[in-house]
Design a protein around this ligand. Sequence first.
Ligand code: ADP
Ligand code: MG
Length: 558
Amino acid sequence: MAIIGIDLGTTNSLACICQDGKSIRIPNSLGQALTPSAVSIDDDGKILVGAVAKERLISHPSASAASFKRYMGTNKVFLLAGQSFTPQELSSFILRQLKEDAERFLGEKVTEAVISVPAYFNDHQRYATKEAGRLAGLHVERLVNEPSAAALAASQISGKEEGCYLVFDFGGGTLDVSVVDYFDNVIEIIAVSGDNHLGGDDFDAIIARRFCSLQQMDYNHLDPIQQASLLRLAEDCKKQLTSQSQAELVWEAGGKSIALTNIELARLCQGIFDRIRQVITNALRDSSRLMADIDEIVLVGGSSKMPVVSLYLQNFFQRKPCMIGSPDEIVAVGAGIYAGIKERRQDIRDLVLTDICPFTLGTNVVNHADANKPILSPLIERNSILPCSKTGHFTNVYDGQTHISVGIFQGEAYYCHDNIKLGSIEMDILPVPANHADIEVCFSYDINGILEVEVTDHQKKQVKKKVLTSDRFRMSDAELNERLEALQAYKLMPPGGIRTRLALARGERLFAQLLGPRRQQVADAIQQLQNAIRTQNDQQIINYLRITEKLFDHLEGL
Ligand code: ADP
Ligand code: MG
C-alpha cells in the first residue's frame, strides 16, 4: 500500500508520492499542485477545501476558515456556518481532500501518510497533527520536520548528498530558519529559529497600506470585505513583482490604482528585512556555525520566490542562495521521499533522521523571592540532539521536609507557570535538615517524542519513574469514534464539478469586491453559467465556463 508524504502548510498544502525513487507531486482535482489550506461550508452543508474555500473567505467569511495550523494543539474553536470545529478537525478536511486526490491520481487506496511539521512544534501540536490524520482516515506513524524534509529534497535534487544546509523557509505567515547537517546518511537539525508572525501576508499588508496612503484613504476605516479585497489585490500585485520589475494595483471598487516597483517594495519592507536578519542571526548563533560552514542556502516557501527577498539574502550572505524547483513545493517533495524511505524500510535502513528537541524540558526549583512562583530549571535544553538524557541534582528547601513535587515542564520561560506543564512526580522523602536531601532527576527524551523522567532519593533509596508519550492527550477511543462519525457526515465536494464550483465562487467573490457596471457583468456571468449548468449539457457548460473564466481573468487584470 502506498504511503504519501504531505506538507500540511499554514497557507498551502501538497501531497507527494515516491515512484521509481523520485518524489512526484500529486495534482488536485483542478490540476494544480498547491491546495490552499482553507475550508468552507456550502449552503447544503458540503465541505469545500482549497481554492473554492479561499474565494469564500471573502464572499462567505462566516462559513470559511484558513490559517488554522497556527492553532494546532490549542483549545481554539472555529465557527463555520454556526458549527464548531477544532483546528485538527479543519486540518482533517484538508488531509481528506489530499487523500482523495491521491487515490484518484494513483488509482488505489491510500491509508498511510508521513506529514511534515515545523521543527519547533511541541508535543501538543505534533499530537494534534497526528490526530488530524486519524480523523481523515490516515495512519500517521511518523511526522517529519519541515527543514529535514527540505534538506532531504535539496540534497537529492542537487545530487550533493553531504553538506550543511541553511533552510530558509518563508511562507504565508511564518518564517523558519534552520541549520541542518546531512552527513553519512544522517540528517541532523542543528538549530531552529523563527518568527511566527512574519510572512507573505506582511508584504500584502504593506502594499495595501501603501495603496491607501497614496490614495488618501484610511485602511482601518475600510469594512472587512474591502480590506480583504484590497489584501487580495495586493497579493496579486506582489506575485506579479516576482516575474516583472513593475506591477499595478488596480482597485476596481474604488476606481483607483497605483504602480509599484521592486525597488520601492524593497524600501517599504525594511522592517521585514530587519526581522529576517534577526532570525537568521539567531539560528546561526544557536548552531555555533559560521557563515563559511554553510554549504548551501536553500530557499523554501512561497515568499522565498520574491526577488526582493532573494536579493536581500544574497547581500546578507554575500553569495547566491539556491532555488531548487519551486520553493513552495520543496517540503512536500521531501516528505514524499521520506514516505518512500519508510515504505521500503528494508532497502534503505541506513538513512536515519535524527532530530533535535525544539523546546527546553526542565523541572521546578524554589524561587526564594516569591515561593508561589517556582523557577524553571532546564535539564534538556532546546536544540539538544535526540535521543538525549540529562541528570540534575536537587535538594530539600526546608528542615524536615517530607515531600517533594518534581514538576515536568516544557518551554523557555523563567517562571514555571509560563511554560507547559507536562506532569509531575510526587515523592515522600526522609526528613533531613535543609539542603541535605540528595535527589537526582533524570530526563530522557527519544526520537519518538517519549519523555522518561526518573526521580531518585539517594537517602531513601527510592526511585520513581514516569513515562510521558506524546499520545497522552489522546482522546478516548469512544470520543475519537464519535468525532470520526460526526466528521464522516460532512461530505467533500465531489471532484467532477469542481471547476464550475470554483468559477461560481470566484464570481461571488468578485461580486462582493466590485461595484457598478463591472459588478453587474459578474452577476450576469454567474446567471448564465448557472443556466448552463441547469441544462446538464456538458458542451454548453464548458463553453460558458470558458467565457466566464475569461471574463473573470479580465476583471482581475490577469
Ligand atoms: P505556507 O508554508 O505558509 O503554507 P507557502 O510556502 O505556500 O505557505 O507560501 C505562501 C506565501 O507565498 C503566500 O504569502 C503567497 O502570497 C506567497 N507566494 C506564492 N507565490 C508567490 C510568488 N510567485 N511571488 C510572491 N509571493 C508568492
Ligand atoms: Mg510551508
